[in-house]
Design a protein around this ligand. Structure first.
Ligand code: AMP
Ligand code: MG
Length: 488
């Protein structure tokens, strides 16, 4: 079947057109036996893509990049980055392709991008491929993040390719189709800045402004205003991660977007027991990207972004540094404001309660949670019950009963709003043990646990019968040894 007129995909190629220096024309590798594992129908509809067509052989060919509209121009994007603090001048899409952009139902231009589509000129030693498990993992976690109201790239589909992928064992290969406001990263700016080509740097910044922060174009100094807009977006984003207990795991500068969307769900995981030193990634041996370090490393990455923008901010370097430094100094304040506002909501506290009171209560609570390694997510649901007068279950998780009791009394005096708390404290998050269980089943051919998990986490606030085990903390023996892996 060919692409019928009403299912034709009208891809734009704005990135490739405006920034040819960062775009290498490339083709996806063949997929011997494509098989659809999961399709995000609401997202397809949002993107103006016909879900029924996407399920046809031509549709699957689109989702793995092997059968594209005649005028399609898939490209691998060039970027650089600091990986665990070390500078890598040339990273780029080693196993990914930008198919182009589509205007969504809200009028927003969004990238359609494939991951696992074969080696590109940026592949270095990699095979360009991805396995079913990690691509489904990105699908589940990114869709859960979206349902939690956290800006993120979205997942449209995962298609098994029929190609084998060699890791420690032989695995089935897959391609993830993802949707993003753009794939511009701090590393994109670093790549161009390092080349010293000011014309391309200006074009890149203008492209970012037009796509993400159009109002900034009217500022006195649009490039300084771009820096400030990204600082604000990232301050809010990282605060949201912290509020839900999300650990990205590999916040290298190439994995930090200009749009403020979360990107690259490799070794990420949700924290179970509250502990700021939590690290799951097998390669993060120094804990650089531990839960509690995330705001600091985000600030560090933004400083690298500021450095890349310096030549655009002012002709005189000292003047540029002065302006950028002043803007950077606002990052901690904005982060704290976003975090405190989020904690106010989680604790159900009204506007009349001062920020200082909210922050102090929240810090004291986290200290109690840390002391007993209490499960972070489910505790806030116990707190909703406490707001309704049933304090027993919340108290029972602490060994320091008098301390916990004193905290609960301080908080309850402020008349927390239980209904408001219900709306912001998730019941269901993609808990590591459940994600691993669903991926193991899917890898063995049973997609039902994955569907159940998706049903739970894409509607995270409404407690439903039959989903009890999705709300429960991981068994202790699982939490103690859980590790995640990168680049798989
Ligand atoms: P990540 O840590 O997943 O963001 O990836 C970092 C860099 O490694 C990017 O340039 C990726 O394109 C590249 N990369 C990761 N896995 C592979 C692979 N299997 N083949 C080629 N390149 C890869
Ligand atoms: Mg990446």
């Amino acid at each position: 079947m060919s692409i019928a007129p009403d299912t034709a995909v009208a891809l734009d190629h704005r990135f490739a057109r405006e920034l040819p220096e960062l775009a290498v024309r490339w083709q996806a590798e063949s997929a011997p036996d494509p098989r659809l594992l999961v399709l995000n129908e609401p997202l397809a509809a949002e993107m103006g893509l016909d879900a029924e067509w996407l399920r046809t052989p031509d549709g699957l060919g689109f989702l793995v990049g092997t059968s594209l509209p005649d005028d399609a121009q898939p490209v691998a994007q060039g970027y650089a980055g600091h990986q665990f603090g070390g500078w890598v001048p040339r990273l780029g899409d080693g196993r990914a392709l930008l198919l182009g952009e589509l205007v969504d139902s809200g009028g927003q231009l969004r990238d359609i991008h494939l991951k696992g589509s074969g080696r590109t000129p940026f592949a270095r030693g990699g095979d360009g491929l991805a396995a079913v498990g990690p691509m489904l993992r990105e699908y589940v976690v990114s869709e859960a993040m979206h349902a939690l109201g956290i800006p993120t790239t979205r997942s449209l589909s995962v298609v098994a390719t029929g190609r084998k992928v060699h890791r420690e064992t032989t695995l089935d290969g897959a391609v993830l189709a993802r949707v993003a406001k753009s794939h511009l990263r701090v590393g994109s700016f670093q790549y161009v800045a390092a080349s010293g080509d000011l014309d391309v740097l200006r074009r890149l910044a203008d492209h970012a402004i037009a796509r993400h922060y159009p109002a900034v174009a009217d500022a006195d100094n649009p490039y300084l205003a771009l820096l400030e807009a990204v600082i604000s977006a990232q301050a809010r984003l990282v605060a949201q991660w912290m509020l839900v207990g999300f650990i990205h795991g590999v916040i290298n500068t190439d994995n930090m977007t200009i749009s403020g969307e979360t990107i690259d769900y490799g070794p990420c995981a949700f924290m179970d027991a509250f502990d700021p030193t939590t690290v799951f990634s097998s390669i993060d041996s120094w804990g650089r990207y531990a839960y509690g370090n995330q705001p600091t490393v985000a600030g560090w990455n933004l400083a690298r972004f500021a450095e890349a923008l310096l030549p655009l901010i002012a002709d005189d370097q000292d003047e540029g540094i002065k302006l950028a430094t002043a803007s950077m100094q606002d990052f901690p304040r904005q982060y704290t404001a976003a975090w405190t506002a989020g904690m106010r909501d989680k604790l159900g506290l009204r506007a009349a309660v001062s920020d200082a009171t909210v922050a102090e209560l929240a810090e004291d609570l986290l200290e109690l949670l840390r002391g007993d390694r209490v499960d972070y997510t489910s505790f806030f649901r116990l707190l909703v019950r406490a707001a309704r007068g049933e304090t027993g279950p919340a108290l029972a998780v602490f060994s320091d009963r008098p301390g916990a009791d004193a905290w609960l009394q301080r908080w309850r005096t402020l008349a927390p709003d239980a209904e408001a708390m219900d709306r912001v404290n998730p019941v269901y998050i993609p808990r590591n043990h459940l994600v691993e269980e669903a991926l193991a089943a899917a890898t063995a051919g049973d997609l039902e646990p994955l569907r159940q998990l998706l049903a739970a986490v894409t509607s995270p606030y409404s407690e439903r019968p039959g989903f009890e085990r999705y709300a429960e903390p991981a068994p202790e023996e699982f939490t103690g040894c859980f590790q995640t892996f990168c680049g798989t």
